[in-house]
Design a protein around this ligand. Structure first.
Ligand SMILES: Nc1ncnc2c1ncn2[C@@H]1O[C@H](COP(=O)(O)OP(=O)(O)OP(=O)(O)O)[C@@H](O)[C@H]1O
Length: 734
């Protein structure tokens, strides 16, 4: 096809087809660009442009999807709603919903039954008025009163023809209605006498009562109905779309106010508002540009707009939909005051840590389960929100599995974890030097245990006994293997990580336990009231798999406990109120964040009872060890010794050996102190150097045992000496 450059823009849109049909030439952008450039450069000769002729009505539009859908157009359309609503498919919820419906109906009936005498009195008082209304209406009908104004108008206009027509029509109508009245009157009289003669007395009374009721009802003024509205007296009014709209409009979010204003897009309700557990659920499509996070930030205002207590109003994001899909759940009762269903473990049962166990209840009053095995836990909150209660509850769950070996550390020192003393293997209270030394000694042993388990699992996997390279219930049950669950609970863990002497070592061991522990049956649970990088080191906060965050003050703390970007995704523990004790966001393994309230009333004495049961289980299983049976933890000199790595390196390498391979250093250190360095790997030396701030992992040239020269990882002795001297100076100055 040929085209003149001067008019190629218009031709670009429409080309005259040979047979006169309109068609369009579509070019690739680069082609268009080239064409434009050529044109600008003043090239005037005719050009040939490649193009495909596309029928006008087939030309793709910019906002059309070009993706061809395979198969029938009936396929893949829309999201299928479950056949049964959620409340009907879950036995507990069905029971709750049925209970609510029966309660609602019962309340309404009782409400009206009690007021029956008042209603009867009101009806009787209104009978005269009702009779007058009835008669008035009847007379107006018989006399065709509704046409009167039209007839008068015709008379006023002196429109004789129209007037005669209307009068004639009225006369015939009135005549017919009078006959009908006489007929109906006669039938009514006959019915009356027949009824009097043949109907039982009770029926006669019922008919009279019905008639009086109807007449009395008719006599009631429109603004004063006979019956008072029962729903106003109920505790929980139904959540309506109107109420939701009013509340959202009152939040002061401009996007919502514009959408709700004249000509605005409005707020969408993709599903009808329905009962969900012990409350109402509204799925709301917020206006474009408004996010669920905007609503969550104003939870208190939303509750005010809905005229509900704050503890009843729970806005949540629907992560399976778009960012503007809000799930607003409004409970019948304040979550913090609602009676929690009984905790199955309160009276004590044997627990299997490999199975999910009830941890808390959600807003709907349903139990939320948590599987402790293969996980590590971080709990964070500002003080007094229920962090210790949550940690103690998890430790109690672990205690009820008689196989689990507990290590409990209450670094606040107020004895919150003391109920577990009767079952725990290692127990620490407070942060004085002796306690810290005991703790580091215990953790070093746990690190060794971690290594032992790693090697054992590797061997077992080779024999086909650990198919997933992790502890299985069968392996944990074999006493000879020593792969039982080990559960470590630390309250106020920041005390460890901020310790001037052992802080780095605590951090290194805990990070290792968090990362490798879960697969090897070691579960570490850390609680802190100051979730920042120092109290919950990033190596730990990034690797824990279960997170529970009660109220925190800001986005950083929120994301530190719950995981990166959680705040942005609308998971905001900042929205909890001061009174939301024990209520937090739980992010479990691979599950969406959900609001959970830990077991209420699990205080010291209640915990003692559970722990006492756990002890009996352990006695029967023969698994009581350590602190629980009064064994004093052996804090031998080696375990409690301070970290003397730098001194030791300087001792085993003279100044002549300026550059050293890690593997050579590890071998020499093991000779010097086999009890400390005997198990060390070169990587461990690198990690230890890092903790001391020595530059590690340099490439060092040397010769191996065969005399071959090669590069290997190592360090400069001078770096070690310099760090050591600086530290000594620092200490001297301090
Ligand atoms: N699930 C719950 N329901 C109701 N109240 C709870 C719940 N969990 C904890 N509480 C209450 O919260 C209060 C604080 O609990 P806890 O001692 O665990 O807080 P904390 O965050 O550990 O405080 P601190 O930082 O001072 O140690 C307690 O008085 C307790 O009764």
């Amino acid at each position: 096809m040929t085209e003149e450059p001067q008019n190629h823009r218009s031709d670009d849109e429409h080309q005259a087809h040979g047979d006169g049909e309109q068609a369009r030439v579509l070019r690739f952008p680069s082609e268009r660009l080239n064409a434009d450039q050529t044109h600008d450069e003043g090239e005037t000769g005719p050009r040939v442009i490649d193009g495909e002729l596309v029928e006008e009505d087939q030309a793709p539009q910019v906002d059309q999807s070009h993706t061809a859908e395979a198969g029938s157009s009936l396929l893949h359309r829309g999201k299928r709603e479950p056949v049964l609503p959620k409340w009907a498919s879950n036995v507990e919820e069905f029971r709750e919903t049925a209970k609510w419906a029966v309660g609602y109906a019962g309340h309404t009936s009782a409400f009206h039954a009690v007021r029956c005498p008042v209603y009867i009195a009101r009806i009787l008082m209104r009978v005269p008025q009702g009779t007058l209304r009835l008669l008035g209406g009847f007379l107006r009908w018989v006399t065709d009163a509704e046409g009167r104004t039209v007839r008068h108008a015709a008379a006023d206009r002196a429109d004789a023809a129209e007037y005669l027509r209307l009068s004639g029509q009225r006369d015939s109508r009135v005549r017919g209605r009078v006959y009908a009245t006489v007929g109906l009157g006669a039938a009514a009289l006959a019915a009356f006498f027949l009824g009097r003669a043949f109907l039982p007395e009770l029926v006669q009374y019922a008919i009279v009562a019905g008639a009086l009721g109807a007449v009395g009802w008719l006599g009631a003024p429109a603004d004063q109905p006979i019956a008072t509205r029962a729903v106003e007296a109920t505790k929980v009014p139904k959540l309506t779309s109107n109420a939701v709209e009013i509340a959202l409009n009152a939040l002061g979010i401009s996007g919502i106010n514009q959408a709700m204003g004249k000509g605005g897009e409005g707020i969408g309700f993709p599903k009808p508002i329905s009962r969900d557990g012990k409350g109402w659920r509204a799925d709301v499509d917020l206006p474009h540009g408004v996010t669920v996070g905007d609503i969550m930030d104003r939870r208190e205002k939303l509750a005010s707009g809905l005229r509900r207590p704050l503890g009843c109003v729970w806005p949540e994001a629907d992560n399976s939909e778009h960012a503007a899909r809000l799930i607003l759940w409004v409970g019948d009762q304040d979550m913090r005051k609602a009676k929690q269903p009984a905790w199955a473990l309160r009276k004590g049962i044997t627990v299997d840590l490999f199975q999910p166990q009830p941890f808390g209840t959600d807003q709907r009053g349903r139990w939320v389960d948590l599987r402790l095995m293969f996980t590590s836990v971080a709990i964070g909150a500002i003080p007094r929100m229920g962090k210790t209660f949550a940690l103690r509850e998890l430790l109690l769950i672990a205690a009820l599995d008689p196989r689990a070996e507990l290590h409990t550390y209450d670094l606040k020192g107020t004895g919150d974890l003391d109920p577990l003393e009767k079952v725990t293997h290692a127990h620490g209270v407070g942060d004085d030097d002796e306690e810290i030394e005991k703790a580091i000694s215990d953790l070093r042993k746990l690190r060794d245990e971690l290594r032992r388990r790693a090697k054992l699992i590797r061997d077992l996997a080779k024999q086909g006994l650990a198919p997933e390279n992790k502890v299985t219930p069968e392996l944990a049950g074999k006493k000879s293997l020593g792969l039982h669950p080990i559960v470590i609970g630390v309250d106020e863990c920041q005390v460890w990580f901020e310790h001037p002497d052992y802080g780095e070592e605590f951090e290194a061991i805990c990070t290792d336990l968090v990362k490798r522990g879960p697969a090897l049956g070691i579960i570490i649970m850390l609680a802190t009231q100051r979730p920042d990088a120092k109290s919950l080191p990033t190596g730990i906060s990034a690797n824990v798999s279960t997170r529970f965050c009660l109220k925190v003050q800001g986005q950083t703390e929120n994301d530190m406990v719950l995981g990166t970007s959680k705040y942005k995704q609308g998971v905001r523990a900042t929205t909890f109120a001061w009174a939301d004790k024990g209520i937090g966001y739980l992010v479990g393994e691979g599950s969406d964040a959900q609001i959970v309230r830990t077991v209420a009333g699990l205080d010291g004495p209640a915990s003692e009872k559970v722990a006492a049961y756990a002890r009996t289980l352990r006695e029967a299983a023969g698994t009581l060890t350590g602190h629980a049976i009064g064994e004093v933890q052996d804090v031998d000199e080696t375990a409690a010794r301070k970290d003397t790595l730098l001194e030791d390196i300087l001792a085993v390498f003279g100044e002549a050996e300026a550059k050293v391979w890690n593997e050579t250093a590890v071998a020499r250190l093991a000779e010097l102190r086999p009890e400390v360095y005997g198990q060390w790997e070169p990587d461990e030396l690198t990690a230890a150097f890092k903790r001391h701030g020595v530059r590690a992992n340099r490439q060092i040239w040397g010769t191996d045992a065969t005399g071959t020269g090669r590069n290997r990882r190592g360090f400069h002795r001078a770096d070690v000496a310099e760090t050591y001297t600086q530290r000594d100076h620092g200490r001297g100055a301090g």
